[in-house]
Ligand binder design. Sequence first.
Ligand SMILES: C[S@@+](CC[C@H](N)C(=O)[O-])C[C@H]1O[C@@H](n2cnc3c(N)ncnc32)[C@H](O)[C@@H]1O
Length: 380
Amino acid sequence: MRAPVGTPRRLAEILADSGAVPAGWADSIAAVPRELFLPDVVEAGGEVVSRSVSPGRWLAVVYDDVPLTTQINDGRELPDGAYRLPTSSSSMPSVMLEMLGLLDVAEGHRVLELGAGTGYNAGLLAHRLGSGHVTTVDIDPVLVERAAANLRAAGFAPRVVCGAGEKGWPGGAPYERVIATYTVPEIPYAWVEQAPAGRIVAPWGGSFFSHSFAVLDVADGEAHGRFSGYPAFMRTRTGRPHRGYLSDFLHHTDEDTPSRTALSPLAIAGDADAQFFVGLGVPDAWHLLVDADDGSGEATWWLLADDGKSWAAAEYVPPGDDADRTYAIGQYGPRQLWDEAERAYRTWDSHGRPTRARAGLSVTRTGQRVWLDAPLNVVG
Ligand SMILES: C[S@@+](CC[C@H](N)C(=O)[O-])C[C@H]1O[C@@H](n2cnc3c(N)ncnc32)[C@H](O)[C@@H]1O
């Protein structure tokens, strides 16, 4: 018999059925009530669900394997029609478990979590390791207060701290494990210092490609490791580039400089490994593939700089009878974004198109380096 919808046991079943529960976490999922960590109104995949209006629906989404957005635009009131950027959430349980599996905790470990959010993940960690072994940090004072209250209501009392996650929390160091639940373009060295013989797990990447977990082991003042997964987390609030409507980034559309290229834009847009490596060369631009709605199979791949000053469009046309296998490019602004992406792609191509699995990351006092196969073979 299935556990009733809207209960922690039901969530535990859903996660077990999909093979998402790493060893040692099943009891915590069944024991920690996610409902105690969520506000009365949550957003689940664009659906706004209010506990007071639809209590049954609210419990059903809370105990489903879905991410729930709990804050928009850093909690600021904005006029109607303003762009809505999700800025805090209770992450998708199966993705949290994927991270907790990578974290590989054991009894006695002290864990530092960056990105307390609702406090639910800290609650799972406190259930598994004991409250005294968990420190969780968030940059938003309102969220910190709420997370601490949620944790208290669930019977846990880890250290809940307000601060910029990139500084870690030296007051609780040394830690055996560090986990970030927001994406960082760079692993702060403070995390390495504060977990001198530990492991760091963090969503990693820039605007171009941020769908990687970095899993690093620390020894002798350095962290080294590899990438895995395809997570989609919110970005660190520190140094976060502006995000908005496409029209904020796409302007002067009739003033672009045209050219042609032999490289199909789909060679990048349709290949996650290519995107990982191109992202090393163009970390500060994002991209969007828009299919033509006329059934032609044509598509435009937009490249948009974080600073909103430059953009590029690459027009994909399916191969036809003519011999012309080139694609139209338009570029606008101080940067030639397509040229930058194509150069980074050609570099990846010249290395034999390696998969991301062959890449690694090292973090030392002087910064971070991405390498191919071995730490001395630096590629980014
Ligand atoms: C996806 S939510 C965290 C989910 C959370 N672990 C949970 O279980 O509910 C990401 C959180 O990271 C926080 N955050 C973003 N950038 C930060 C930074 N630089 N330092 C600390 N917290 C940050 C946000 O305020 C947000 O609450």
